[in-house]
Design a protein around this ligand. Sequence first.
Ligand SMILES: [Zn+2]
Ligand SMILES: [Zn+2]
Length: 206
Amino acid sequence: MALGPLEKIKKAAGATARPKRSLPCGRSLPSEFPRAAGKGHAALIVRLRNFIEKKDLNHSASRDLILNAMFAFRTHFSIGQLVKKFQTAHSHIGAATVYRNIPLFLEAGVLRESFTDAGRQPFYELARAGHHDHIVCLDCTAVFEFHETAIESSQDRVISKLNFIPADHKHVIYAHCKLLSRDRKPGMKTGENNEKLHRRRQKTIS
Ligand SMILES: [Zn+2]
Ligand SMILES: [Zn+2]
């Protein structure tokens, strides 16, 4: 790839330019809905507190700690990833406590299940304001978020025609990457040689 004037200066100065793209296909990471650190956390704390009061549950210090561990994720996470993060800081609290609290976080509307990956493992995210749907790339497992007004209003029309009031929905598209398939040789199976492709793309984009 030909270097622009700025890149040439940086290269001459020995600066290592941060790669702009980090996915094997060359797409930018992350999603369309980047999370600012701390954004929406206060509302989630209040939502959880109100739910606990309404249900007449006892206050639990470990529940607050789990919520804090979830705040550290800027994007989707599996419960396994949450347990790992949580136990790094709080090894005295068992994984069972985390697992036991997940249904409560879901019911309280603090956490939502976003999608299951290609291996059917569920991934979650904090239930911040704003609806979005997901695209799971079957070639590199990256997850993209999108909001398409036309899809949302079509769903609403169908639901109301069938006399339902929508409460929630999950729309997940499992897709193959067109950008990656450009690099895929005929006969190469999905996911095959991803490492090789990744290295090649990294070389061409950095
Ligand atoms: Zn949607
Ligand atoms: Zn999401």
